[in-house]
Design a protein around this ligand. Structure first.
Ligand SMILES: Cc1cc2nc3c(=O)[nH]c(=O)nc-3n(C[C@H](O)[C@H](O)[C@H](O)COP(=O)(O)OP(=O)(O)OC[C@H]3O[C@@H](n4cnc5c(N)ncnc54)[C@H](O)[C@@H]3O)c2cc1C
Length: 288
């Protein structure tokens, strides 16, 4: 499979990439790790006339501990995130999601910015970012803005990102003291994408749950927080029967995805199973 003809330019800075995006508009696409864009171009699902390579920009490759927040440059690879000491102690949920992505080659090349901009409905990061209440910093001709993960994922391969905007940074709040989190998925046996993935974060006080966030990927056309499951756990002891009853409410009222590998019913079943496992695991890891 051969992509349609395109011009290639390697940007030497973020500013140059932004200028090129402004100049070429809808005809341009940025290239980061290439692990989603190049397959799309080979299938001719994407036919940009201009490909702007941002993959070598060191200014987008960093993971910084800023106290209450861990700031991750958009060019950080899944491997950078999966092996970061800053993240293992302060934002382990995102790290667990990164470690679950694809295989070694994919993790070595793919970037968090590319994954979020691509917004595959089965991608791993979105569920973890929703449960961590992360923010995404983007910049375009209209200036710089910060978008909550809750407002970023809009639909199938659809985000709040404008065509002339670059993702610069992902800002992940440090996990609250004593909280536990877990990201678990049922991986597709070929690609390792999440057929269903569930991210859970809980905090307990006096034996009952006083913070709960549960988010899914793979279930619908975009990742989402599940308020039915969360409401059923708030203020309750996180024992097996309570968690099981809450998990049974997973993905209710959601427009479920179905395909040749996993029907809508099967995905809903998996959502319940993985919600229960992820919440119980998060509760086990919480210290309160
Ligand atoms: C075999 C295989 C298995 C995979 N398995 C998984 C999996 O299990 N879980 C999972 O989540 N993902 C999986 N992926 C996808 C992988 O994580 C990709 O790396 C990721 O989706 C895209 O990141 P990238 O850096 O390669 O982006 P690219 O492919 O370079 O770009 C993807 C899109 O994002 C845009 N883009 C890139 N960077 C930016 C930026 N900074 N700002 C704005 N737009 C940008 C590009 O223009 C393009 O539209 C898999 C991919 C492959 C090939």
């Amino acid at each position: 499979m051969i992509p349609a003809k395109f011009d290639y330019v390697r940007a030497s800075s973020v500013d140059e990439a932004l200028n090129l995006l402004r100049e070429f508009g809808d005809d341009a696409k940025v290239l980061a790790g290439g692990h989603s864009l190049l397959p799309s171009m080979k299938l001719r699902l994407s036919t940009p006339a201009k490909v702007i390579d941002i993959g070598k920009l060191d200014e987008l490759k960093y993971i910084k501990d800023e106290g209450d927040v861990i700031a991750i440059g958009a060019g950080s690879t899944h491997r950078d995130i999966a092996t970061s000491s800053e993240l293992s102690s302060k934002a382990p949920l995102l790290q667990e999601a990164a470690a679950a992505i694809g295989d070694v080659q994919v993790r070595n090349m793919g970037t968090i910015g590319g994954s979020l901009a691509h917004a595959d409905p089965a991608a791993d990061y979105p569920a973890a970012l929703l449960a961590a209440e992360a923010e995404i910093v983007v910049k375009g001709s209209g200036g710089q803005r910060t978008i909550s993960a809750l407002d970023f994922f809009l639909g199938l391969y659809l985000t709040a990102l404008q065509p002339d905007e670059l993702i610069l940074e992902v800002r992940v709040p440090v996990q609250p003291d004593g909280a536990g989190s877990a990201y678990l998925k049922f991986p597709h046996p070929a690609s390792r994408f999440a057929v269903v993935g569930c991210a859970a974060m809980v905090h307990k006080s006096g034996g009952v749950c006083d913070l709960v966030r549960v988010a899914f990927t793979g279930v619908a056309d975009h990742a989402f927080r599940d308020s039915n499951v969360e409401s059923a756990l708030n203020g309750k002891a996180l024992d097996e029967s309570t968690v099981s009853a809450a998990a049974d409410l997973a993905a209710q009222g959601v427009d479920l995805m179905g395909d040749a590998f996993a029907s809508e019913d099967y995905r809903q079943h998996l959502a319940k199973v993985y919600a229960k496992r992820a919440i119980l695991e998060a509760a086990e890891r919480a210290s309160g």
